[in-house]
Write a protein that binds this ligand. Structure first.
Ligand code: ATP
Length: 355
């Protein structure tokens, strides 16, 4: 982990008036660049080789300049070049995945958010400790395959977008796969999925206030997942298994959703508890995070995962969502991040949102 002092030192060499938002050209980069531009920041798109052509199709989201690398692993070695351009990194899921957690933690560039969250987020057991400790309900964890008495989902470690996961309804089905990779066995929760996008600001003291700072609900999505979402069209899963067609959970896109309004207080409570617990565990989450939940027919929430940064499900809401619109129109999560940086700069508290 890069020492906090060294990032503060680096920041003091920056010209605050010329901060540039830098991110990898993937995942949520369109809204990050569009949002940064609308808040008055210069933008740098980090790409592999030639600048990706698709930005020409989206001129409002095209970065002011591209910073080309041979591979993502080269970014840490070229951090000083980015620092000389006053670059502040806005991380997203692909950025952290391509670079690797350790390299991201050690990156010598100011990054939006608290890097200490990574240790808690990248390990499923740590996530459970955090969320259950916060009072949230999670799908039951099954310690040993022999204990499987109901349908389970077998998950592997690291954000893989559901790749390789499998469902087992009993011990025999688990043993048909018998994975050797590090995995966790989780109760398969039956209900409907809501991926809730929150933003925690340590700087804003109005709205839905917490013990310090405030919490905003930005939007919600549900993922399109191939092939489980559509495989019913070919017939029942059991029958398809005979032909070697198994359910997979590979994310292919996102659709917007809203939650039944009477569930909103519970949603806020969950977001609030998550943030409050994070203060105790690692000094606090900062900025965007997502609670990925299943709501059962008893209207209970089961959180199966937390993502501690901007998530791809927010891409739908590049202008606004039915929630963010009730606070301020035209506010995407990408723009909200840039707004927080702008506010921090004005208050001379960049240290409070960058690490
Ligand atoms: P990412 O890190 O990209 O969010 P991941 O690889 O960590 O993905 P999860 O988000 O944990 O995977 O799960 C992938 C999908 O599996 C979910 O989107 C959801 O559809 C389904 N899922 C996860 N946990 C459960 C559960 N306990 N019961 C039923 N379905 C689940």
């Amino acid at each position: 982990m890069v020492p906090r002092g060294s990032i503060s030192g680096l920041l003091s060499s920056y010209d605050p008036k010329r901060l540039a938002v830098a991110t990898v050209c993937s995942h949520t980069s369109l809204q990050i660049f569009d949002g940064a531009r609308r808040e008055g920041f210069r933008t740098i798109g980090i790409c592999i080789g030639q600048p990706p052509r698709f930005y020409d199709a989206f001129p409002k989201a095209k970065p002011d300049m591209f910073f080309s690398v041979k591979s993502y692993k080269e970014i840490p070695a070229r951090a000083a070049e980015l620092a000389s351009m006053n670059a502040v990194v806005v991380p997203h899921g692909s950025f952290v995945e391509y670079l690797g957690v350790a390299a991201f933690e050690g990156l010598r560039l100011p990054t939006f958010g608290n890097r200490r969250v990574l240790k808690w987020e990248s390990d499923r057991d740590k996530q459970r400790e955090w969320l259950v400790g916060a009072g949230l309900s999670m799908p039951e964890k099954i310690a040993r395959p022999e204990d499987i008495t109901k349908p389970v989902l077998v998950k592997f470690y690291g954000a893989k977008g559901g790749r390789g996961f499998f469902i087992a309804k009993n011990y025999e089905e688990f043993m048909e796969v018998n994975p050797t990779e590090k995995h966790t066995i989780q109760e398969y929760v039956i209900g409907t999925r809501y991926y809730m996008h929150f933003f925690y600001s340590p700087l804003v003291n109005r709205g839905y206030r917490l013990s310090r700072g405030s919490l905003e609900l930005m939007s919600m999505d549900r993922r399109d997942e191939a092939n489980i979402d559509e495989m019913y069209k070919l017939g029942a899963q059991e029958r398809l298994k005979q032909f070697g067609i198994l359910p997979t959970f590979v994310v292919t896109g996102n659709v917007p959703v809203v939650l039944r309004e009477s569930l909103l207080p519970k949603a806020f409570w969950m977001g609030e508890r998550t943030v409050e617990r994070s203060f105790e565990l690692f000094g606090g989450i900062i900025g965007p995070f997502s609670l990925e939940c299943i709501v059962t027919d008893k209207l209970e929430f089961k959180v199966f995962e937390i993502s501690a940064r901007i998530v791809a499900g927010t891409n739908f809401f590049v202008r606004s969502s039915p929630y963010s619109d009730l606070r301020e129109p035209e506010m995407s999560v990408g723009r909200r991040i840039a707004r927080e940086m702008r506010l921090a700069r004005r208050l001379k508290r960049l240290d409070a949102v960058l690490s």
